[in-house]
Design a binder for this molecule. Sequence first.
Ligand code: ATP
Length: 362
Amino acid sequence: MSSNTFKIAVMPGDGIGIEVMDACIEVLNAATKKVGGPGLDLQHVNGGAAYYRDHGTDLPDESFEAARNADAILFGAMGLPDVRKVDGTEINPQLDLRFGLELYAGVRPVRVLPGAPTPLGDPRAQEIDLVLIRENTEGLFADIRKPRTESTEQAEDRCLITRKGTERVVEYAFKLAASRPRTRTDARRVTCVDKANVLHSMAFFRSVFDDVKARHPDVDADYGYVDAMALNLVKRPWDYDVMVMENLLGDILSDLTAGIVGGLGMAPSGDIGDAHGLFQPSHGSAPDIAGKGLANPVAMFLSASMMLTWLGTGHGEDQCLEAGALIEKAVADAFVNAALKPSEFGGPHGTADITKAVLNEI
Ligand code: ATP
């Protein structure tokens, strides 16, 4: 048995966040039971748009504290289109968690599961194995929690790039490139994605990237302007390894990379800092399909797998690593053995079918 019990703050949130979280807990429990550990103390934590509507706050102080005191945070999705704050802004407690817990690296692994359909016709799509890293705490999102200006004539947003904020996320990217297991290539490379040819802030991001690069001679580095990268990630995504970029650029390109591996329901993520980690599917609460049993829970399962791997690496806990690997393999095997075609791809399989197929492989 595992010696450790990890405290997990479970924040299902809204819409399909609740549905994929329920499915995920079944999968987590099955995987840790099979491996014989680790112990998981799952603590339900309130927050989200429905909670705001009923209680006037989207993230009560005790929820933030529960997240801060947990070993890891497992997050569904938060936000509902008809629930807005008084100033008209969306309910976005995940941003408060990102800023408040300094979850500076938004880590989005991108892989096509064996047998899973991809909109790219090229057979090399099966070789896609990249990680997109989004800086999570500054860039064009730096001021979004400040009150909006009331002018009817103009508006502006600041793109804040600091040396400290850039160094830590680029350092994360190089360390990941040096250490991550790869399925299909030996390349170790970090691509700096920016718009350094036009914007001062992005030129600064690139200059800090170069400073960090000099400390990692074992890893290759190159650059891509974000517009060209949007093209390249559709034409030849299999050529990339790890890429790092400013907040808004990462927000946009990570939806693109989710698209090339089948959809948002296939795209896991981790928001990771030096002291905390939050793991959530890349999608939102998807109100258009909520309550219909159509949500693809794969991104949630793979996010839970990332959480276990992160805990296992950080705490030297082999059973976490084994349970994380088991979930990842079970998902891949379920696509092959049960010929899964999620409704997201126009197929017949909803949340319950996919969950059952994955549980069968554990
Ligand atoms: P947010 O702004 O909170 O990121 P969003 O506006 O990007 O949310 P999502 O909630 O992510 O929107 O949904 C975008 C589209 O993708 C919707 O049509 C939704 O139904 C679909 N979608 C998202 N997640 C899934 C999923 N897990 N399974 C199936 N379809 C999904």
